[in-house]
Design a protein around this ligand. Structure first.
Ligand SMILES: C[S@@+](CC[C@H](N)C(=O)[O-])C[C@H]1O[C@@H](n2cnc3c(N)ncnc32)[C@H](O)[C@@H]1O
Length: 213
């Protein structure tokens, strides 16, 4: 991260997670739930899985999940949540700095939920790699923030692209993909004092067309 050049991004994210026992809500992301409920379970890849709420939710719905993060603290915590939920056998937790390495395999769903960092995150390249990991007929779901919350300073180094910009940066081969969803939406999030405020996020869902029979 740029805030302290002597520490790696992994160390900075570990420190962030150590700030409290749980830094995210423990609930799966709303857009993931909405967009995946209609899909049959298969193989899923969760990029930047954090404390694992999405991976656990997917596993509960029968998906076989590979979930990856740069923070070992987050991954250990996520594995505990999966064990508590009784789905540990359906989730493979993998440590990756996604700018440097990427999980092997092909997936029916690749999900990147709020894959943002103040660190050195080559997001566009990672998302292009994510698209290449989608199996024929599979879906890539990318959800991100469209702006900074009122209580935070802007971080110019952090990429917050529109869905059109994300789509363009994916460089998907003409005719091989279809756009199922491209939207900006608002949601309520509590500020650090517990007051509800509105945040704007965006979501892109694209599907790789099935191979010709
Ligand atoms: C804003 S959090 C989102 C976590 C989770 N997807 C969610 O929606 O609750 C971003 C996550 O990306 C992870 N991350 C940041 N840089 C990464 C990298 N280079 N490789 C893998 N994961 C990274 C962080 O550790 C963090 O868990």
């Amino acid at each position: 991260m740029t805030t302290d050049s002597t520490r790696t991004d992994a160390e900075m994210w570990d420190d962030r997670y150590r700030e409290s026992d749980r830094i995210w809500s423990g609930n799966p992301n709303v857009v993931l739930v909405r967009e995946v409920e209609g899909l049959g379970p298969g193989r899923a890849l969760d990029l930047g899985c954090g404390e694992g709420a999405d991976a656990v939710w997917l596993a509960r719905w029968g998906w076989h999940v590979t979930a990856t993060d740069i923070s070992r603290v987050a991954l250990e915590r996520a594995a505990v949540h999966a064990a508590e939920a009784g789905v540990a056998d359906r989730i493979d937790w993998q440590w990756h700095d996604l700018g440097a390495s990427f999980p092997e395999g092909e997936y029916d769903l690749v999900s990147a939920q709020f894959l943002h960092s103040m660190g050195d995150l080559p997001r566009e390249a990672i998302l292009r790699r994510a698209a290449s990991a989608v199996a024929p007929g599979g879906v890539l779901l990318i959800v991100g923030h469209a702006g900074f919350p009122s209580w935070e300073h802007d971080h110019p180094e952090m990429e917050l692209p529109t869905t059109d910009e994300v789509l363009a940066s994916l460089e998907l081969p003409e005719g091989e993909w279809e756009v199922l969803l491209s939207e900006e939406h608002e949601r309520i999030q509590n500020d650090p004092d517990g007051n509800p405020t509105t945040r704007t996020d965006n979501a892109l869902k694209v599907r790789r067309r099935p191979a010709d029979r």
